[in-house]
Ligand binder design. Structure first.
Ligand code: BDP
Length: 671
């Protein structure tokens, strides 16, 4: 009798698809990302309306829905001439049918993933009276992979490239590529730059164009276009020309022919991303030409095919008195001079993807040029794939600042530097997947709150149980502020170690290293105080901002030391408090995660626990290193209640973390 009952329960729980899923008793690797849907016993009935032709993209939409849709409602897909965006969709209900309608097959695919997401997050009421209409906010929603042709990934913390240095034969039917495309499509990402902005000219070799074409073929049905980063000196290095001067006729001809060759292999190729005259990369400046002249030459050659140029504004000279000023100084005079198929791609902040920076002044002032923000999904400066730092809150802060001045977000494209590699869980950590997810969701709809995104992601990646989702949503949404607190509170920035951007080395300043690659250039600690004076008495960076933003940034507590040099008397205690808060927050994350054990499979639970543990220890490392070092200037005691340091400054100063193998940062050897 007992046995029969046991089997009945098993059967029932399988049929109803609960029980096992809720308690997560099976092993998981994280490879399924947020797409851990379970196939019900019975396939759903998904139909194509009579007036709609099947395409490979629609085929995927049908396949996904018929596999994973668990309701007994039938679904009808239809291409219709609706007054919505090309990637948008409309979902309505009539009788017992759900209709997904869109102008394009991509819209139908997005509609399909929308339904499945609503199903997985337990939020699936579709009313007959009110159709759901969704359109993406940005037209270009693009990942930037900093993947090198030898398979390594610059600032990648999740293994090797899934695109390069893979035997050609394996590439065409590469499951990983399809899984990658599917994951991106499920959150609406529609473009990907396949190689590092520090681009090898070899990316444009015949062989690599062929490889790119294979990749494009796999990604195409998922609505994803491919783009390449190109090296501005390619005509010289690859083409053997004596120059790469953008105004030279032979150079223009070389690019035109190269671009024709690319489009011959990839008719829907997206275009180029260019890092020029930055950190040693070649560019039009080598020939005394402007960024606009360089970008326009490429844009003209791409125009007949509908291709675009994303031209990066990340530039700074070694001797500049304030690196934060440079992009604005160089690009503002060019406003209005770029072709309309050029988009100037600007990092969110003027420095470099720091845990917190104000928005780049270019976003407020470049009004006659297409611009787009570049976010960094990979956690180069926010704890790699070890620390949990949910970046949605950072990106929201950026959107809010831009909107406060310009009313709307003045761009139609957005890029995120990917955190993806060939590691089993894609991102080197399960929590880091949330940033890939959040980038896609915000690129579709920047109005979504971080809480909504976090809880959606948690539900799909782990479980719907409120006792898990609620506390973990708080952890995710607090995590970025915690990182700021224990790394660089109050506007301090770029005080990372010399050889990696993981740990602290506010003292790092060896002779011979360019000043703007050393922390003292940024924190400016001295016997009087700390902080970078960017007011009129200093670099006057504040003057690059329009009035309203300028006064906000000038007074904002979170940017105090970004814009001001402040006396120790006025800031020391607060600084200690911030670092202490950061440590407490990081320790709190460990406690919350420990109490989540019953909701998470053992594998993912244990791995993540080790990471949270490490993060808390690193918070101490950061706090002690920074406060003990700054104390050598402030000469002030730790305020009452501030805990005694765990480390000695001289030990930390001797300590060299080996980061030569980024994929397996040996976290056990940290102090
Ligand atoms: C910095 C990275 C460097 C990149 C550069 C860039 O440290 O690896 O090449 O940005 O964005 O953050 O070009």
């Amino acid at each position: 009798m007992k046995k029969t009952l046991f089997f009945l329960i098993i059967l029932l729980s399988l049929t109803l698809n609960w029980g096992f899923k809720a308690c997560q008793c099976y092993a998981e690797t994280g490879h399924q990302l947020w797409l851990r849907m379970i196939e019900p016993q019975q396939e759903a009935n998904v139909m194509l309306s009579d007036d709609t032709f099947l395409t490979p993209t629609i085929y995927i939409a049908i396949d996904e829905l018929s596999r994973y849709w668990r309701k007994d409602t039938d679904i009808v897909l239809r291409i219709a001439n609706l007054p919505i965006d090309n990637d948008g969709f409309c979902i309505s209900k009539e009788n017992n049918n759900i209709f997904i309608q869109a102008r394009t097959d991509r819209g139908l695919l997005y509609g399909a993933y929308y339904l499945l997401r609503r199903q997985s997050t337990g939020n699936i009421k579709i009313s007959s009276s009110k159709p759901i209409i969704e359109s993406p906010k940005f037209k270009f929603r693009i990942l930037n992979h900093w993947d090198n042709l030898n398979g390594t990934i610059e600032r990648g913390f999740a293994g090797r490239s899934i695109f390069w240095n893979i035997p050609l034969l394996n590439q065409k039917n590469n499951t990983i590529l399809r899984e990658y495309a599917r994951a991106n499509a499920s959150v609406g990402i529609n473009g990907t730059v396949l190689n590092n902005v520090n681009a090898s000219p070899q990316i444009l070799s015949e062989e690599n164009i062929l490889k790119t074409a294979y990749i494009a073929e796999t990604l195409r049905p998922y609505g994803i276009k491919v783009y390449l980063s190109v090296n501005f000196a390619s005509p010289k290095v690859l083409g053997g020309l004596p120059t790469a001067d953008p105004l030279d006729e032979d150079v223009c001809k070389w690019w035109k022919e190269k671009i024709a060759e690319i489009y011959n292999a990839i008719p829907d190729f997206g275009g180029f991303l260019v890092k020029a005259n930055s950190e040693g990369q070649p560019g039009p400046g080598d020939y005394h030409r402007t960024h606009a002249e360089g970008a326009n030459m490429l844009a003209d050659a791409l125009r007949p095919y509908g291709g675009i140029v994303m031209w990066r504004a990340f530039v700074y000279a070694p001797n500049s008195p304030d690196r934060a000023n440079q992009a604005y100084d160089e690009f503002m005079p060019l406003d209005g001079l770029f072709r309309d198929n050029v988009i100037v791609q600007i990092k969110n902040g003027p420095i470099d993807f720091q845990p917190r920076e104000p928005a780049s002044p270019l976003f407020f002032s470049m009004r006659k040029t297409n611009i787009m923000p570049e976010f960094q999904i990979t956690q180069e400066y926010t704890g790699e794939s070890i620390h949990t730092c949910f970046l949605s809150t950072m990106w929201h802060e950026f959107f809010d600042d831009i909107q406060s001045e310009r009313k709307i977000l003045p761009f139609s494209a957005i890029a995120g530097v990917a955190n993806i590699g060939n590691s089993e869980n894609w991102c080197g950590s399960d929590m880091a997947q949330a940033n890939w997810y959040a980038f896609g969701r915000l690129a579709w709809n920047p109005e979504l709150s971080s809480e909504e995104i976090a809880s959606e992601w948690l539900k799909q990646t782990y479980t719907n149980a409120p006792k898990f989702v609620e506390p973990m949503t708080r952890v995710l949404c607090d995590s970025r502020e915690a990182v700021v607190n224990y790394m660089m509170p109050l506007g301090i920035h770029h005080i990372f170690a010399g050889n990696h951007h993981y740990g602290p080395e506010p003292w790092y300043a060896p002779r011979g290293v360019r000043a703007d690659w050393t922390p003292p250039y940024y924190h400016k600690a001295d016997s009087l105080g700390i902080g970078f004076d960017r007011t009129a008495t200093g670099s006057n960076n504040l003057a690059q901002y329009p009035e309203r933003i300028r006064s906000r940034y000038d007074m904002a507590p979170e940017y105090t030391l970004y814009f001001h040099h402040v006396s120790w008397q006025n800031v020391w205690n607060l600084l200690c408090e911030k670092y202490d808060t950061g440590v407490r927050q990081a320790e709190g994350f460990v406690d919350v995660w420990r109490s989540m054990k019953e909701f998470v499979d053992t594998e993912r639970f244990e791995l993540q626990l080790a990471k949270f543990d490490r993060q808390a220890k690193d918070a101490w490392w950061w706090r002690d290193a920074c406060l003990l070092y700054f104390q050598t200037f402030s000469k002030m005691p730790f305020p009452e209640g501030s805990p005694a340091p765990r480390h000695r400054l001289e030990d930390l100063q001797k300590y060299q973390l080996r980061m030569d193998n980024y994929t397996a940062a040996d976290i056990s050897k940290l102090p």
